[in-house]
Design a protein around this ligand. Structure first.
Ligand code: 5MM
Length: 337
């Protein structure tokens, strides 16, 4: 078993998942504006360190993805944020892409940037305590998108990123996110996500990436956010598993879904059903941003010094997600806080 494979398995062991707290300053400011808290370095740190020092970090959160600002911050007791995360047995991850920019040659689509100088930045992040990384490609769905250009440009960048990360002895999370926006059906989402993921693996193999030392972070297969189609958790689970079985090589140890704008309960219920129906060898867990933090953020915004209350809300969410990644969640557990 390679060191990278061990790290990937450690992050996703025993139902544990990943807390995606890597919102860029622009996105975090949007989240804080929405709950009427001023977005400054101190408040961003306060909210995040509140989550990172909660009880569920030990039992539920195998890894936390940070943004550049946070990995360099210290808590009031002088610990660095990676030290705080590691103290509960969780691993520190870092978002290393520099964001999705308009793709030349395609009017509306985006390609994720950040390869320039990445080898040097990775050395720095390793010294700061990171053991895994994240890069997110975004794809929109419509009758003409995602285009072949967007599919191949993002796959190429993801693969070059992954190869550099493994060279730096860290585990790359590969996040090809097919967005939920649109009126498309779940079948469309299945077909387009399948093409996207297939192409990513072609490029990863071309770049000699060790597939046993990565974590895939895909979207679930869902109808578009503006579609009239209503499908059950059961169908979502079946389509999602079909997509993974047909397109992800079995050497990949773990898959951690993004929540992509689903509510906390939807993201939990769908993950639970996927695990109940899981007939693959993949570990199927979560790497949620909004679906882990939304309620905690709302509560915290009412009194940013109520650390224990905020942690209680976060602990509950993390526990529900960890149960879901073992297929042990049920709706009535939501009320037993
Ligand atoms: C937490 O949000 C991440 C960063 O977004 P920006 O770079 O746009 O600020 C994002 O990549 C996130 O990790 C994934 O999209 C998953 O988050 P959700 O909220 O969809 O689970």
């Amino acid at each position: 078993m390679s060191e990278l494979n061990k790290i990937a398995l450690q992050i996703l062991s025993e139902g544990k998942g990943i807390l995606a707290a890597d919102e860029s300053t622009a996105t975090m400011s949007k989240r804080l504006d929405a709950v009427k808290v001023q977005s400054n370095e101190i408040n961003r740190l306060l909210f995040r360190q509140t989550l990172f020092s909660s009880l569920s970090m030990k039992e539920c959160i195998g890894g936390v993805i940070l943004y550049d600002e946070t990995i360099r911050q210290k808590t009031s007791t002088g610990k660095t944020i990676p030290e705080l995360i590691n103290s509960s047995g969780s691993l520190t991850g870092i978002k290393v892409d520099t964001g999705a920019k308009i793709l030349a040659g395609s009017i509306e689509e985006k390609v994720t940037e950040g390869l320039d100088g990445l080898r040097e930045r990775l050395k720095d992040y390793y010294k700061l305590g990171a053991r895994f990384t994240k890069w997110r490609g975004v794809y929109s769905i419509s009758n003409k998108y995602p285009s072949d250009l967007s599919i191949s440009s993002n796959a190429h960048a993801l693969a070059r990123y992954a190869s550099l990360v493994q060279e730096a002895e860290m585990v790359p999370i590969i996040e090809p996110e097919v967005l939920m926006d649109g009126e498309h059906t779940a079948r469309d989402c299945l077909n387009k996500t399948s093409r996207v993921i297939r192409r990513c693996f072609e490029e990863l193999e071309l770049n000699n990436v060790d597939l046993s030392g990565i974590i895939l972070k895909p979207n679930m297969i869902l109808p578009g956010a503006n579609s009239n189609e209503k499908i059950s958790n059961e169908e979502i689970a079946e389509l999602t598993l079909e997509c993974l079985k047909n397109n992800v090589p079995p050497t990949v140890p773990g898959i951690a879904f993004l929540s992509g704008g689903q509510s906390e309960i939807e993201a939990t219920a769908n993950l639970n059903k996927i695990n109940i129906k899981n007939d693959t060898d993949f570990i199927l867990s979560y790497s949620y941003g909004r679906a882990l933090q939304q309620s905690a953020l709302k509560f915290w915004s009412k009194d940013i010094n109520n650390i224990a209350g905020t942690q209680e809300i976060f602990d509950h969410r993390a526990k529900m997600c960890t149960l879901a990644s073992q297929g042990k969640w049920s709706e009535n557990l939501e009320n037993k806080k």
